[in-house]
Design a protein around this ligand. Structure first.
Ligand code: PGA
Length: 256
């Protein structure tokens, strides 16, 4: 077990929530809660809250991430935001290929791959999301689906860059549904992701990559999920919107 080689990362995914005043309140509540965390603490917030979040978290241990990034540097891409636009305001992380973007906005493994490479080239740390649909799990093809996503999403990403990348395993059927994968199911797939990375990059590299679980992680189930040998943190939706709940998750990662 090589868990000690990796830093646990708990990342909140606020999705399309929080106006600016609401964001300010939540961040002020999060600061004392996050203070003692020994894991990396990240909040991924809507574009309109990024500058506020960067400003308010200066001098704290809370890092700021975006929820998406475009793959081109600039140009005629109405409504899009480039990686350089994020780094110039102090953003450090970015979620890429979240299942909601794959489901509702036509995100494909090809565009996830392009976004990942653009983020890395600009110095952002990508949180690349993979995960199977419920019917894919029922058809017993979870591993095939995950292996395909890992290979395509990380195509042409160097070993050095993959170590700056976080993989978030988010079974689509567990996101926002209250249905959590059991800790065995989470470990099984996170372990499989590490094996797939080992085939592509070698064991040493694979052992250094942070792999998160995401999908209805909450104060009740976090400790057990985060104690699994290949689960190095979490990507948290609903429970990241309440400081007290997020705090329990940070503690669980610190102790897990
Ligand atoms: P959830 O969302 O924790 O609300 O299930 C997780 C995610 O979508 O990243």
């Amino acid at each position: 077990m090589n868990k000690e080689l990796r830093k646990a990362v708990i990342a909140g995914n606020w999705k399309m929530n929080k106006t600016r005043p609401e964001a300010k309140t939540l961040i002020e509540e999060l600061k004392p809660v996050a203070e003692k965390a020994t894991c990396e603490v990240v909040i991924c917030v809507p574009y309109t809250n990024l500058e506020t979040a960067v400003e308010l978290t200066k001098g704290t241990n809370i890092k700021v991430g975006a929820e998406n990034v475009h793959f081109e540097k600039s140009g005629a891409f109405t409504g899009e935001i480039s990686a350089d636009m994020l780094t110039e305001i102090g953003v450090e992380y970015v979620i890429i290929g979240h299942s909601e973007r794959r489901q509702y906005y036509g995100e494909t493994d090809e565009t996830v791959n392009k976004r990942t490479k653009a983020a890395l080239a600009a110095g952002l740390k990508p949180i690349v999301c993979v995960g199977e649909l419920l019917w894919e799990r029922e058809c017993n093809i979870t591993e095939e689906v995950i292996a395909r996503q890992i290979k395509l999403d990380l195509y042409d990403v160097s070993a050095e860059d993959v170590q700056k990348t976080i993989i978030a395993y988010e079974p689509v059927w567990a996101i926002g549904t209250g249905k959590t994968a059991t800790s065995e199911q989470a470990e099984e797939v996170c372990g499989f992701i590490r094996e797939t990375l080992a085939k592509l990059y070698g064991k040493e590299v694979a052992d250094s990559v942070t792999i998160q679980y995401g999908g209805s992680m909450n104060p009740k189930n976090a400790a057990e999920l985060l104690a699994q040998p290949d689960v190095d943190g979490g990507l948290i939706g609903g429970a990241s919107l309440k400081a007290a709940d997020f705090g329990v998750l940070l503690d669980a990662a610190t102790n897990g």
